[in-house]
Design a protein around this ligand. Structure first.
Ligand code: GLN
Length: 537
């Protein structure tokens, strides 16, 4: 088995995760089995309890693990199946080491960062290697070289390279080559210093992926090669993408990054055929149709908070050869007088997941606007609960209907705490999480879109539709098109007499890929285009 480690230098947010994922795409298309994992040096056990302002989206896996959003990129760019083992945090490492210490595993030794913490990190690489049985395991180390928290991880991968043997490990350093306006040129010094830092630890990269806004000319490549001690062809230019992150595999291929990795790792694999990927890019750059849809949330301008939702919407566009412009609508703006007018002219409205009271009334107004004006609506988790509250208040005339998450004293708790949640007191990892089966109703719109009736979708919630209201809703045309197989939990709702009003208690956005758009998103964009196509954008 071969191992690739991706580290980052100079600044964060360079797209290390995307680079790792895009390399995964190329290697997979060379016929190799690829697995990916992420190491996060922070002390939280997982990102599940972190605010989107701190961390962006929490990405949920089939097994219910709440993980870093980079795992979303891994799943979208490759066919790798991820589990909770694929996201290791310092918190988990220390938790294990401290538990071991209490159990007497270390037999009287002084427990130290080296070797006990580093051994635990190495063990986790071997565990994932063993479980995935991949040809290549790509491990991304979060943070930036030079961070104190990151040191044990870097030490661990240095040691790991020795254990793995000569020719089995490839180090990739993703770095930044800034353009200095006053000088009118790109500067390589930060890269040199970041690589120097890495070499101090004992790691010399095999490949440098230089993120830059302008092309990296021969002279600069030479400079980086010379001072960072990497061959010239191993200095890879990774310019900002023009249109879409999905251009990245093609960009890396043009720079021969995958050839180089194969050479370093002595992998004999034919060149990647990327025609299907080029077709995806064509549909993103020059689509036959165009539509504009709104995402109504409360973390607007924060690109990472609804990452998978935005991606899945774009995939829905790819599935319809339709370019999608996503309008980020701040739900608090809708709360203002006539605020719903912001929604006019949109082909569709999506209300994604969320927690907490801020902006809730604006989302309810958005659902009302979509229902009354027959604008396609897609609700995701909280978005389903919002549609329920709206219908209860405005159609069933259940005054002050609400979710008990937001109003515990509501006279009509149409959304209430799941039974299984009633005794839960701890916050970390205690929601209803991960893949759960759902039975769709024959003849429902959701059933038609999926083309099957038993589906598995990922969840992350504490509240649910209150079954004592089911009959009332159903009589008024609010239908339950998906439930848990025992019919106890409502999973999908849709409206009769509406072109497209579907909402799910689960998060379909976690299962969408550019080459396999999720049926609900594909249907949503088709309906949005249908709704608006007579109006010029
Ligand atoms: N806050 C809601 C719940 O816990 C919705 C969660 C979500 O949208 N992920 O049920």
């Amino acid at each position: 088995m071969k191992f690739i480690f991706v580290t980052g230098g100079v600044v964060s947010s360079l797209g290390k995760g995307l680079t790792a994922a895009a390399l995964g795409t190329l290697l997979e298309n060379r016929g190799l089995k690829v697995a990916l994992q992420k190491f996060d040096p922070y002390l939280n056990v997982d990102p599940g309890t972190m605010s989107p302002y701190q961390h962006g989206e929490v990405y949920v896996l089939d097994d219910g693990a709440e993980t870093d959003l980079d795992l979303g990129h891994y799943e979208r760019f490759t066919s790798t199946k991820l589990s909770r083992l694929n996201n290791l945090t310092s918190g988990q490492v220390y938790q294990t080491v401290l538990n071991n210490e209490r159990e007497g595993v270390y037999l009287g030794k002084t427990v130290q960062v080296i070797p006990h913490v580093t051994d635990e990190i190495k063990r986790r690489i071997w565990v994932v290697a063993d479980q995935t049985k991949a040809d290549v395991l790509i491990t991304e180390i979060g943070g930036t070289t030079g961070d104190i928290e990151g040191l044990p991880f870097l030490e661990a991968i240095r040691e790991f390279a020795l254990e793995a043997g000569i020719g089995n490990t490839c180090f990739i350093h993703v770095t930044y080559v800034p353009f200095i306006k006053a000088a009118g040129e790109l500067k390589t010094k930060p890269t040199q210093q970041s690589v120097a830092k890495l070499r101090e630890i004992g790691i010399t990269p095999h490949l440098i992926a230089a993120r830059c806004e302008k092309p990296l000319d021969k002279e600069l490549r030479h400079k980086i090669s010379m001072f960072c001690s990497v061959p010239l062809e191993a200095v890879i230019e990774v310019k900002d993408v023009d249109h879409s992150i999905y251009e990245l595999p093609l960009m890396l291929q043009r720079e021969r990054a995958d050839d180089l990795v194969c050479r370093v790792l002595h992998l004999d694999a034919p060149p990647a055929k990327m025609t299907h990927w080029q077709e995806i890019i064509r549909k993103l750059i020059a689509p036959q149709h165009r539509v504009r849809v709104g995402v109504v949330g409360k973390y607007m301008g924060l690109q990472d908070a609804y990452k998978s939702v935005y991606e899945a919407i774009m995939h829905g566009g790819i599935g319809n050869d339709c370019g999608v412009e996503i309008v980020q609508v701040d739900s608090e703006e809708i709360e203002k007088k006539d605020g719903e007018r912001i929604l006019e002219g949109l082909g569709g409205i999506c209300v994604p997941g969320g927690f907490g009271e801020r902006g809730i009334e604006g989302k309810i107004k958005a659902a009302k606007f979509a229902r009354e004006n027959k604008v396609p609506y897609l609700g995701l988790c909280l978005g389903m609960q919002i549609a329920t509250i709206e219908f209860a208040r405005n159609v069933l005339k259940l005054d002050k209907a609400h979710s008990t998450e937001f109003d515990e004293a509501t006279p009509h708790p149409v959304i209430a705490l799941l039974d299984a949640q009633k005794k839960v007191t701890k916050k970390g990892g205690t929601m209803r999480l991960g893949a759960q089966p759902c039975q769709l109703v024959v003849g429902s719109q959701a059933g038609k879109l999926y083309g099957s009736f038993v589906i598995n979708e990922r969840h992350r919630h504490r509240f649910e539709f209150n079954n004592s209201y089911r009959e009332k809703f159903e009589k008024a045309g609010f239908t339950f098109s998906g439930t848990s197989p025992d019919n106890k939990l409502v999973e999908v709702i849709e409206l009769k007499d509406h072109p497209f009003f579907i909402a799910s208690q689960f998060h379909p956005e976690f299962l969408s890929k550019p080459h396999q758009p999720h049926p609900l998103f594909k249907g949503f964009i088709a309906a949005a285009h249908q709704h608006i196509h007579h109006k010029p954008i």
